[in-house]
Design a protein. Structure first.
Length: 196
């Protein structure tokens, strides 16, 4: 499968560690680095049993962005294949997906059913699935909240996605494996929800 990425990815992001400016004050989360900005809150999504960090949640400007970096082959991309699987999965849950061209290339706009009792009024929630194939990695993002519906909010959360640096590392990993994520080095006693 060909790679899917914006033409200016190497300069505008999401960047590979080798392309990023080393003097910028990134928050190091293992497989990704995030540039702190005013009003950005960081959440680690942790798997119950294994206690490993499986995703990073970013709350910013009325939107949430969940990101996950995966290992990928050097020459081919994963996003075209993964998009089909996401659409399939959401369809099985009774949701719908609409493919469209977004600022990062192809994306999916999904209407996902919400279990009764969790949310008053709305029975579905809107989410945008975005993905970028980089050198030996694939970065997936899920945008919810304002950024899924409002163009101004979307521009802010897209800019945040572009500012992410993926740290693939040199360890051999099978394609589609989650690149390990970890808590940032913070003073003892800091909570898992950190304002950066």
């Amino acid at each position: 499968m060909p790679k899917s990425a914006p033409e200016d990815r190497e300069t505008e992001g999401p960047l590979d560690e080798s392309e990023a400016n080393p003097v910028r004050p990134y928050v190091d989360l293992g497989g990704i680095k995030i540039l702190p900005r005013e009003g950005l809150h960081l959440r680690l999504e942790i798997e119950e049993g294994s206690k490993r960090v499986v995703a990073i949640g970013l709350d910013f400007a009325g939107s949430t962005l969940q990101v996950q970096p995966f290992a990928a082959p050097r020459s081919s991309g994963l996003w075209h294949e993964i998009r089909e699987q996401i659409a399939d999965q959401i369809g099985k849950q009774g949701g719908t997906t609409t493919p469209r061209e977004g600022p990062f290339g192809p994306e999916l706009v999904a209407e996902i059913p919400v279990a009764a009792g969790q949310q008053a009024g709305g029975v579905t929630r809107l989410a945008r699935f975005i993905g970028v194939d980089g050198p030996r990695w694939f970065l997936r993002g899920v945008i919810a909240g304002e950024g899924a519906i409002d163009p101004d909010a979307a521009a802010q959360i897209e800019d945040l996605f572009r500012s992410i640096v993926v740290v693939r590392g040199s360890t051999p990993m099978p394609p589609r494996d989650l690149i390990p994520l970890r808590m940032p080095a913070t003073p003892a006693g800091a909570s898992e929800t950190t304002a950066v």
